[in-house]
Every structure is written in C-alpha cells, then in structure tokens.
Design a binder for this molecule. Sequence first.
Ligand code: HEM
Length: 412
Amino acid sequence: MSAIVDPSKLVDPRSYGQNGLPHAEWARLRREAPVEYFEAPGFPPFWAITKHADIVEISKLPDVFLNAPGMTIARREALEAQAAPPIRTIINMDPPEHRKFRQIASAYFTPRAIQSLQPLVEKTARQLVDDLGREGECDFIARIASIHPLKVIARILGVPESDEPFILKLTNELFGSEDPEFQRTGDHFEHTKSLFMDFWTYFSAVIADRRKQPREDLATVIANARIDGKPMGDLETMGYCLITFTAGHETTRGSIGGGLEVLLDNPGELARWGREPGITPRAIDEIVRFVTPVNHMMRTAADDYTLRGRKIRKGDHLVLFYASANRDDEVFDAPDELHLDRHPNRHLGFGIGEHYCLGANLARMTSGTLFRELCGRIEQVERTGKSERTASNLVPGIKHLPIRYRLAPARD
Ligand code: HEM
C-alpha cells in the first residue's frame, strides 16, 4: 500500500531546502491520519504526530516518551553519529536526571533575570538597524537575523566579539550539516566528530577561564555547576555550553529571518507593528507560531502506548511536528493567517512540558526588540530576489533573504 503522503517530504532535509515546510501534507495527515507510521528511504521508521492535542499528550509523559538517545529524526548514519558525540546535553536527557541538570541554568532564564539584559538587547538591535543606513539593499539574514541573536548569546556566555564569526561558522555547520552551502566535506560521522572537537576546544578554554576568574556570565554558572554536591562532569559542562549557544542562536535567527519573510507577505501587519509597538508581546508569539523555527523533535517510546487507537511499540520513534500542530484548526482560528494580535495563542513553537524551551523569554525579548526597532523605522521594504531555505528538517530557517529598504531616521 502506498503511503498517504510522501514521507520524504516530512523528513528529508533536502526537501525542506527545496520545497519548504510540507504544510499541505501535514494538513492532510491532521485530517485523515494524525498518528501515522512511515518509512522514508535512508531513515529509520517513525510515527508522524501532527495534531496539537497529541503532541501535548506525549510531551506530558516524559517517562514514556524519551529524548535520549536521539531527539531529532535523521538519516540512519546521522542518527548513529548523534548518539556518538561524546557530549551530553539537557535536551538529550530524561527524568529524573534531566531536572537536576536543567536547574543549573534555569535561574538565569527567568523573566526577571532576563529583564536585566534588556538594555544590551536594545542597544544591539538599534546598532544593527542604524548600520543599515537610511536606504539600501542587503541580505537580511547575513546583516541582521544571524547577527543579532549571535551577539546577544555571545555576551550572555561571555564570548568576546572577535570570536563571533568563528562561532557563527561552527553553528552553521552544525545545523546545516545536510546543506551543501554549510556542510563540512567528508563522511558524516567524521565531520560530526571534527565539528564537536572544534566546539570542545573552544569552550574548554572558556570554562577553564571562568573557573579561575568567575564573572557575572552564564559561562561562569555552567563552569562552576555542581550536581548532587559534586562538580558537573566535563561532558555535561561542555554539552551545556553547546546547547545554550546553538539552541539559542539558530532558532532565534529562524524567528527573525522567517518573521521578516512573513511580514513581507503581510504588509498590513508589518505597518501595524510599526504604528503599535505595544503589540510586540503578542506579535512575537504569533511569529513563532507561524514560522515555528524548530520544526520537530523526536521521542522514543520506553513502553507500548496506544494513541488514537494506533499501537505504538516500545522502541518506536515518534516525530512531533510542532510546525503542523501550530496550524491545527481545532486550536487556532484561521491558522494559515498571520494575526499579530492573536490571543489566546497556545502555540507549541517552544515545545511543552519537561523540555519546554529554557530560553523562551530571552528569545521573545531578542526577536521582539529587533522587530519593534525595525518595523518602527521601515518606510518601505521589498524583496529583490527569492529567499532560500537551509536544507534541514530541524531548523529549516531562511538562509538568504535579499531586500531593498528605506528607513526613517533613528529616534533619540
Ligand atoms: C525563537 C527561538 C527559539 C525557539 C523557537 C526554541 C524552541 C525550542 C523548542 C521547541 C524546545 C523543546 C525541545 C524538545 O521538545 O525536546 C527548546 C528547548 C530548549 N531551548 Fe529553545 N528555542 C528558542 C530559543 C532559545 C534560546 C534563546 C535559548 C537559550 C539561550 C534556548 C535554549 C533551549 C534549551 C537549553 C532547551 C532544552 C530544554 C530542555 O531540554 O529542558 N532556546 N527550544
């Protein structure tokens, strides 16, 4: 029997790069087969979970649906490489261990703690928009979307400005490992290993420094963390640096780049954001819903489980398509339309439950501040070419967005 939709469109990174997100396929699955088993060539078999309610149900059972050993769907050889790198991150851990490790950084990301970063985030956003000049042309991703979150996370972790280009290159290689523009050459296993070694070398020096000379940054918190009264292990310390940096950068870039793209398609909403800066808190959640920078996460069943009458077996992989859940018409009115004042907005763009995004408040502030600054100054903006998407099924963000713009002068 042939599959109800082409499974390659759901998981093949190249398909994301070429065709974008498979919204038509997801809409059909939500209607006809919301819990469906697929085999795509080269990938391990998986259940596609496309309804909002089912993703919520699964996410609230972290003892049954595990993040370890691999939390994203990848080609067989890449999945083996995912399990192989000698680094452990909280996103790959399960209860009860996960909670202990998550606590280490959680105080750093509360709304109150994040508030103290507002001046830094505003200054960075304003500087980047000022640097665009009154009018011109640029690739919005290279000039703004990838730079703003990079600068914010680099400051939080205490990475010096001069190292930002190097870190940006490593992040691109990690998330674009299937994209010809970014991928390292050679065999998948080898290039994953060499990439992790580069991260390791870089962050080892940062950690050693913060143990000798503690500062006020997140790297100091991570470098000196203790689990059950003992210093956190090297693999976990490294994993923490890696996850905060990479999870914080690529995703926020996705919301800013993808956000401008959808605003270009919705000029009325773009103009409204400029006129009504107070709309920002709701607007940014609507951007995250509509764009869904983190397309999916995978879980592995620790036990048999029945969902909508389908029998999931222990050891089966389940792919939670957040981007599909965010267009579920059982939860959202007119889900394919962008409404910046959408409320309530129970989107799953930051996940839900045990692994709910640790950096959600920071992500809202970083992208919200940028859009408030930018939309408040845009007099005119248009595309000058086609946008291009990264070949990734995890963070399939826009990698090039050529635009022409005219901006109002900076307000004091
Ligand atoms: C718009 C930007 C962002 C989006 C869309 C996003 C999305 C997500 C999602 C969907 C998850 C859940 C993963 C799962 O279900 O297993 C997650 C987890 C996580 N995110 Fe974010 N994220 C963003 C920004 C950030 C930032 C700025 C940081 C930190 C600087 C961050 C750090 C993390 C961490 C550490 C986790 C793992 C939490 C855990 O496993 O307990 N994220 N994020």
